[in-house]
Design a protein around this ligand. Sequence first.
Ligand code: PEP
Length: 252
Amino acid sequence: NYTRETFLIANWKMHKTVEEGRAFARELVRRLENVSPKHQLIICPTALSLWAVGQELATSPVMLGAQNLDLGREGALTGALSGYLIREAGARWVIVGHSERRNLFGETDALIGQKVAQAFEAHLRPILCVGESLDDYRSGQTFAVITRQIEAIFPYTNSEVLKSLVVAYEPVWAIGSGEVPEPKQANEVAGLIRQILSKQISDDANTVPVLYGGSVSSNNIHQFLEQAHIDGSLVGGASLQVDEFLKMADIG
Ligand code: PEP
């Protein structure tokens, strides 16, 4: 039996203006006064709002994450944002390999592996997203796809840093669809993820948090959190309202 960190992570995607983001953060901080959340809470606003939202969260236990990073540190890379700049803006976390990045922005397994490495290099903890498509799911390819996506990061990372990885299992067909896998099934995949990681980091894989994400809300989060291999959730749509976010964190 291993103790693992647990998380509730808000992925705002391309939502909220800077002012809206600040208002959410201010309200969240207010509502968390005199409360000690049982999970670590992370807000991932747009890159544009990182600094402002981070300023609001500065005095609270809520942490800040970015939704993506680009390779490199500084240089002639128009439009790009490095891990170094993200860290300087106040974030300590970064989502890497979200299915929207993979599918809509053409990010490959290899690029995602390099991004994970760059995140560590910039002293950001990466939240690596993996998940099978509906076709993969229907054709029984889930385990093969997850294995490929996890193993793709091994060439770029050493086992020392890999211990501080967080993985989010997000079936692509469950994201934003209102459909969720059977919690037992998600649990099985989470267990598999730790098993794959153990090829690289042996027993340390037992302490790597694995989250579930995909159409999670306050109505269904508990059935996932009660699974032995699932250590929290990465939430999109339902993370946009403070009330709902707190409800998912079990804070009334
Ligand atoms: C996500 O995009 O990470 C996600 C889980 O989205 P949603 O909660 O909206 O399905």
